[in-house]
Design a protein. Structure first.
Length: 196
């Protein structure tokens, strides 16, 4: 997903011109789809959508209602509210990942999307690392040190764990201070990975 074209972005804005401008600013690096209403957003949502850029003021179904539906569906989609509405205390309870007031510059839009992609990548890599270490812990609990030392597959697992740890360290080294807040914002919504 961190590769160009890897993240799928849904732009939701009832102003067609604004939605198309955002799409044109992102299309070189990401797979972008635009819709112009809340119901169209719900129709376009799927687990393959990584990031939603969501206007709060939408006809028929508000951005807040779309956001609520995204969370009720259990989608791991990151959501940035991109809106002309100034932030007020009501946003405290809203489960979005970022809030950007219009007008939005191209740099601000691209920076927001890049941060959300880093957070998604971190989530994926952390899950992978957790799953690998859980497998190692289960094997260490049930096998002797001799069996572990003789197992080629266990050696490969150890190498995979080291590679996953290095990838996480490299990603975290590039984080901005606010990226950590965004990366962990979903922690209460996410279920821990299970190892079969």
């Amino acid at each position: 997903m961190s590769e160009p074209g890897g993240a799928r972005i849904l732009v939701v804005d009832d102003d067609v011109d604004v939605a198309e401008i955002y799409a044109s600013q992102l299309e070189g690096e990401y797979d972008v789809e635009t819709v112009y209403s809340g119901p169209a957003a719900l129709e376009a949502l799927s687990p393959s959508v990584d990031i939603v850029l969501l206007d709060r003021r939408l006809p028929k179904l508000s951005g807040a209602e779309v956001l609520e539906a995204i969370r009720e569906r259990g989608l791991e989609t990151r959501v940035a509210m991109v809106t002309g509405e100034a932030a007020d205390f009501d946003i405290i309870e809203m489960p979005f990942d970022d809030y950007i007031e219009k007008p939005v510059t191209e740099g601000a839009l691209q920076g927001t999307v890049a941060r959300l992609v880093r957070c998604l990548t971190y989530d994926e890599q952390l899950r992978e690392y957790y799953a690998l270490t859980a497998k190692r812990a289960a094997l260490v609990e049930s096998k002797s040190l001799e069996e572990l030392a003789e197992s080629e597959r266990f050696g490969e697992l150890e190498a995979d764990i080291e590679a996953a740890k290095a990838a996480l360290s490299e990603l975290v080294a590039g984080f901005e201070p606010t990226d950590f807040d965004r990366a962990f914002r979903d922690i209460e919504r996410a279920d821990p990975p299970t190892v079969g």
